[in-house]
Write a protein that binds this ligand. Structure first.
Ligand SMILES: Cc1cc2nc3c(=O)[nH]c(=O)nc-3n(C[C@H](O)[C@H](O)[C@H](O)COP(=O)(O)O)c2cc1C
Ligand SMILES: [Mn+2]
Length: 497
């Protein structure tokens, strides 16, 4: 499935709205898309973009649970279950069991590679050197104080100059002029590491900025995969088939052959330029900072391309669904590192990194502190500004319950820990860019072994026998449909309407 086939599928299922009215790529598309996404509306296809006649803009492709499941070829829950069952595959004993397990895993293994092809739809039109003009693309200027137009849904392909390993990350791209852009890979990201390793050899790094392709690809570019894991392998896993890759025209990088656009170029080891401001997913503008400069050597595209975009800003935006998918799909992998973790919620309003609420099955006194530090050491979860740890009987996705439990259970002087460390580059409150403090809150029930000498009270609940008697007499009470007992299933607080 490529982007345009995905759009047809969305349209067939009623998840896409075409807009024929002329609209500007400068601010107007943002304003329309923001209104629609805030009301959980459909994906939008702007067919008449004033600045670039003939090139439509697709936006909001991932902005609902149904669209996410269509883009990823399955629901995040099912994908998580598949990963979980792979992780839990027991080493088979005996020849028959080995053969059976082998046969079961074969389709998965086959899908993990990539397939090399010659040419591809992304090369219908090939422009090199002076013929390249980024002004021909409907690149959005998203917010009034933005530093310029930004490519907002790019997949940046690079290779580690020492190991050759591929990485694909979504790093926004600010347009400086027809053939020069910024490259906003933050210092903790893998693209930045590739650039650093190339710079140490005094070499430029080659990069391809891709737009479109299988709709699962942008998700893979966002996914916080370990550095050694190829995003295209993960894409193969999601698609159930290898991604077809083709060689670029001017650089030694392979890209998905069915992309809409491929922008090829190089980044000098030392050249930087002020990048930003940009109305970011925190809901605030990120200030101007120096970032590497990308110089375009070729632009290739489909004969009739569609330009995919997203906008970020005050949450919830489309990235809430993408981030939610990441949370669901990566839970089984987090549990391989932190097996006592039961559930985790990264509330949308906290923009992924500002708050993690995790429930654990406490095994020993002060276990919550081990879990906080494990999370602060685990990939991009290191950015978690606040981590709240609760017991396994708390539903972390029910914020009413979380507030009730946490505020009742903590003694701030005892249960709050503040540590220092790297923080998200977008954390504007930190005293230094990328370095600041983080807070852990142990909101679990306190044990005598943790020095708690008082008695810990029980939660107020009805007994099962009474609840059953009331269930039985419900019809005679004249109160309409049966209301189940609020206190039996353990999750006492209903979410606020
Ligand atoms: C819409 C969107 C825009 C993003 N923009 C950036 C960005 O400009 N810079 C950045 O470092 N990360 C950005 N991210 C987050 C990265 O894509 C994410 O951290 C990813 O895991 C990085 O991949 P890597 O681990 O291969 O470096 C963005 C994510 C989304 C959903
Ligand atoms: Mn990566």
């Amino acid at each position: 499935m490529n982007l345009q086939q995905f759009l047809s599928e969305l349209e067939k299922q009623g998840h896409l709205k075409r807009i024929a009215h002329p609209v500007s790529a400068s601010l107007e598309i943002t304003e329309i898309a923001d209104r629609v996404i805030k009301r959980a509306g459909p994906a939008l296809l702007f067919e008449n973009v004033i600045e670039t006649p003939g090139v439509p803009v697709a936006i909001g492709l991932y902005g609902s649970h149904e669209r996410m499941a269509l883009a990823l070829h399955d629901s995040p829950e099912n994908i998580a279950a598949r990963i979980d069952s792979l992780i839990k595959t027991v080493p088979p004993e005996g020849l028959f069991a080995k053969m059976q397990t082998g046969l079961k895993l074969l389709p998965t293994l086959k899908s993990l590679g990539v397939k090399s092809v010659n040419g591809g739809a992304c090369k219908d039109v090939i422009l090199k050197g002076d013929d390249c003009d980024l002004g021909k693309l409907p690149i959005l200027t998203c917010w009034p104080d933005d530093g310029g137009p930004f490519i907002t849904l790019p997949m940046v392909f690079t290779h580690n100059p020492n190991t050759g390993r591929r990485n694909v990350g979504m790093y926004r791209v600010q347009i400086f002029d027809a053939r020069t852009t910024g490259m906003h890979w933050q210092i903790h990201k893998v693209g930045a590491q590739h650039h650093r390793e190339a710079s140490e050899k005094n070499q430029p790094i080659q990069a391809a900025i891709c737009l479109g392709g299988d709709p699962c690809l942008p998700f893979c570019a966002i996914a916080p995969l370990p550095e050694e894991i190829d995003e295209m392998m993960f894409a193969g896993f999601l698609r159930g088939a290898p991604v077809e890759m083709t060689q670029c025209e001017t650089i030694d990088v392979r890209v998905p052959a069915d992309c809409e656009y491929v922008i090829e170029g190089m980044i000098d080891p030392h050249e930087t330029k002020p990048e930003g401001p940009f109305g970011d997913h925190t809901g605030y503008y990120t200030p101007v900072e120096n970032y590497p400069v990308f110089r375009v050597s070729a632009i290739t595209h489909r004969k009739k391309p569609v330009y995919p975009a997203t906008i970020v800003g005050i949450p919830p935006m489309e990235d809430a669904y993408l981030g939610g998918g990441v949370g669901t799909i990566f839970k089984p992998l987090i549990k391989t590192q932190i097996p006592e973790l039961i559930d985790m919620n990264l509330p949308v309003e906290a923009c992924f990194h500002n708050l993690a609420i995790v429930s654990i099955k406490k095994r020993y006194p002060n276990h919550a502190y081990k879990v906080m530090h494990a999370l602060w050491g685990l990939g991009q979860l290191m950015f978690s500004k606040v981590i709240i740890v609760v017991d396994d009987d708390v539903d972390v996705n029910n914020m009413s319950e979380v507030i009730w439990r946490v505020t009742n259970n903590i003694d701030p002087a005892r249960d709050v820990q503040i540590v220092k460390g790297p923080v998200d580059s977008l954390n504007h409150a930190a005293p230094l860019a990328g370095f600041g403090s983080k807070m852990g809150i142990d909101a679990t029930r306190k044990w005598p072994g943790e020095g708690f000498a008082r008695e810990w009270p029980e939660v107020v609940k009805m007994d099962k026998a009474t609840a059953a008697r009331v269930d039985a007499m419900w019809d005679k009470l004249g109160l309409g449909e049966l209301i189940p007992s609020p206190s039996i299933d353990g999750h006492i607080v209903a979410p606020q309407p």
